[in-house]
Design a protein around this ligand. Structure first.
Ligand SMILES: Nc1ncnc2c1ncn2[C@@H]1O[C@H](COP(=O)(O)OP(=O)(O)O)[C@@H](O)[C@H]1O
Ligand SMILES: [Mg+2]
Length: 147
């Protein structure tokens, strides 16, 4: 799918947001600056507005690894695992502990090898146009036929 502008990315993020439920996992895969954090911000701000909450800043968790956002019914955990080097560090983060009902949105998920039931992978790529991106979707579980 070709996304021609941030506006179009916004429409797409709303579609994902309307389908999202607790325990879902979204992997964002693509180079630096391609739009992973921008997508996450649009999605979180949309869900905040839907819950009558004030849209918050959504910053890249590059150094903190994780920022959390409380919605009315569930929590969103936004990870950026770029700085992780080893699986051991990943395990210490405890992203997939049983008691986690939150939605996880994960940039740079390369180290994660365990199977996840309901997962949407979004591959983002640059194209020739400055504000244009190509998105590819790979879904499992409830996301299998999501388009
Ligand atoms: N169609 C588009 N989709 C996403 N980002 C875009 C688009 N067009 C321009 N941009 C810009 O590209 C940059 C993406 O940065 P960011 O979301 O931080 O990337 P990443 O998290 O992948 O490193 C932002 O400055 C954003 O405004
Ligand atoms: Mg980012």
């Amino acid at each position: 799918m070709i996304i021609k502008s941030i506006d179009q990315l916004n429409s797409f993020s709303k579609k994902v947001a309307d389908h999202i439920k607790e325990k879902d996992c979204i992997f964002l895969i693509g180079e630096i600056g391609v739009g992973k954090t921008t997508f996450t911000k649009l999605l979180i701000n949309y869900l905040q507005r839907k819950d009558n909450l004030k849209p918050s800043e959504v910053l890249s968790p590059t150094f903190n690894l994780l920022y959390e956002y409380d919605l009315k019914k569930f929590k969103i955990m936004h990870y950026d695992l770029y700085r992780l080097k080893e699986e051991k560090e990943l395990r210490n983060l405890g992203i997939f502990k049983d008691n986690q009902n939150a939605i996880k949105i994960i940039e740079w998920p390369d180290l994660i090898k365990i199977p996840i039931t309901d997962k949407l992978e979004i591959y983002l790529n640059y194209t020739k146009g400055d504000n244009e991106r190509e998105l590819k979707l790979v879904g499992t579980g409830k996301w299998k036929n999501f388009k």
